[in-house]
Design a binder for this molecule. Sequence first.
Ligand code: ZN
Length: 465
Amino acid sequence: MKQLLTGADVIATQDDTRREIADGAVFVDGGWIAAIGSCAEVEAWMAQDPAARMPDRRHDLRGCVLTPGLVNGHHHLYQTLTRTIGTGGGLALFDWLKTLYPIWGRMDPDAVYLSAKLGLAELLLSGATTVADHLYMFQNGARLDDEIVAARELGVRFHPTRGSMSVGESQGGLPPDALVEAEDHILADSLRVIEQFHDPAPGSMLRIGLAPCSPFSVSAALMRESAAMARSHAQVRLHTHLAETADETRYCLDRFGLRPIDYAESLGWLGDDVWFAHVVHPDSTGIDKLAHSCSGVCHCPSSNMILASGIAPVREMIERGVRVGLGVDGSASNDGNHMLGEARQAMLLQRVGWPGFESRADRMSAREALKLATRGGASILGRDDIGSLEVGKAADMVAFRVDGIQHAGAQSDPVAALMTCSPAAAWLSIINGRVVVENGEIPGLDLRNLVRRHNQSSRRLLAAH
Ligand SMILES: [Zn+2]
C-alpha cells in the first residue's frame, strides 16, 4: 500500500543534519519511506511518475509534529501486573525486587500475554514503535512466545530478550531459589527462540536478544555462554542490567573483586553488540571502556528516580562517545509506559545537580532528549533502518498533535514543546507501513476489555500472595 502524509506543521527527521521540515510530507511505499520533504517537494516528486506514485491512502497532519517512531530500549512488560507495589511507599531496588519476586513467580502464560499486550498498547499510544523487552521469569509454563504473540497482534517492531536467572539465594544471589532456572535449560530455550523467531534481515519486525538478568542473579559461566551463543548468530545482541545501584557495585566488589563494568569486561561482555540498562554508577574508567568498546547504554530516568538508584551521568557518557538510548524500564518501577514522557524525564533529570555536580539547564536540550528516544534507541539496538525519517528507512513514524490545550502558546517551537509541555499522546502512528494508531486510538483493539482482563490477571497474582 502507498500512503501520503501531508501538511505536518514540522517533521523532525532526526537525519544526520537533524533537518526539520515545515509543512512536511512523507510518501510511504509498503514498509519503507519513498520520499520526504516539504509538501511542494513531495508533490513534485509524485508528479514525476503519477501512475506509480498514486497514494492509496492519505493522512492529513495539519496541527501535528511528525517524528520517527520512538524506540524503547529497556522494559519488563510483565510488570504492568504489579504497578505501585513497593514504589508507592518507596523501596530501593534490592528490597523492591525481594518484595515482588514471589508475586511475579505466579505468572502463567496468559499473564505474560495480557501484560505484554497492555504494556505495548500503552507504549504505542505514547509514540513508541520499537520495543525491547526483557523477560527473565518463566514459571508455570510461561515462555517468551507469549509476549511475541501480543507484539505481533499489535504490529509493534519487537526486540524481545530471552532473560534468565540462575543463581538463587542459597548460592548468594538475590532471587528465591524457586524462581531460578537450570543453566542448560536456559541455553537450550535461548537457542530455541533464536531459531524459531529471530529475523536478522533489514526491516526485521522481530529480533531476539539474550539477557542474563544481572550480576546478582546469574553466574559468570552463563554470561559467557550466552555471549558465545549470541555471537554465533547474526544480529543477536546481548543485554543485561548493569551498574544500576550503589548496592550492586558493593555486591560486585564483594563477590567478584571488580566494579560492574570491569566485571562485564572480564566476561567478554563489552562490545557493539551489547547494550546495558541503567549504568547509573559508572566510574571514569568504566565510561572509557563503554565508549572504546562501542557498548550501548539504555538510560531509564523514571525508574532511577522512583527506586532512588541515582542520576546517570548521561551528558558525560555522550560527550565521551558512549551510545545512549532511552527506556521506560519495567512498568512496576516507573510506573508508566509513556515513551514521550520518558524523554521528558531524561531532559529534566539531567538538568538537576547532585553532590559534586552543579545544576545546569543546558545539560540536556529538548531536541537532545528526542534524539535519545529515536536515533539513540535505534543505535543501541543495532538498527540502521529505524530512528530517523529518510528515504530508504523503515516507515516507522508518529504524529503528535500540537494544536490542543497542552501546547497552546507553544507554536514558536513545536518540536521543543513535545518535551517542555505535558507529554502528548500519539495521534497517528505507523510501523512498517501499517497504521497502528489512528485518531489517538488503536484500530481493532477493545482497550476496555483488555484492561479488564489484565486487571483480573493482576488480582489473581496478588490474591494468592
Ligand atoms: Zn530493568
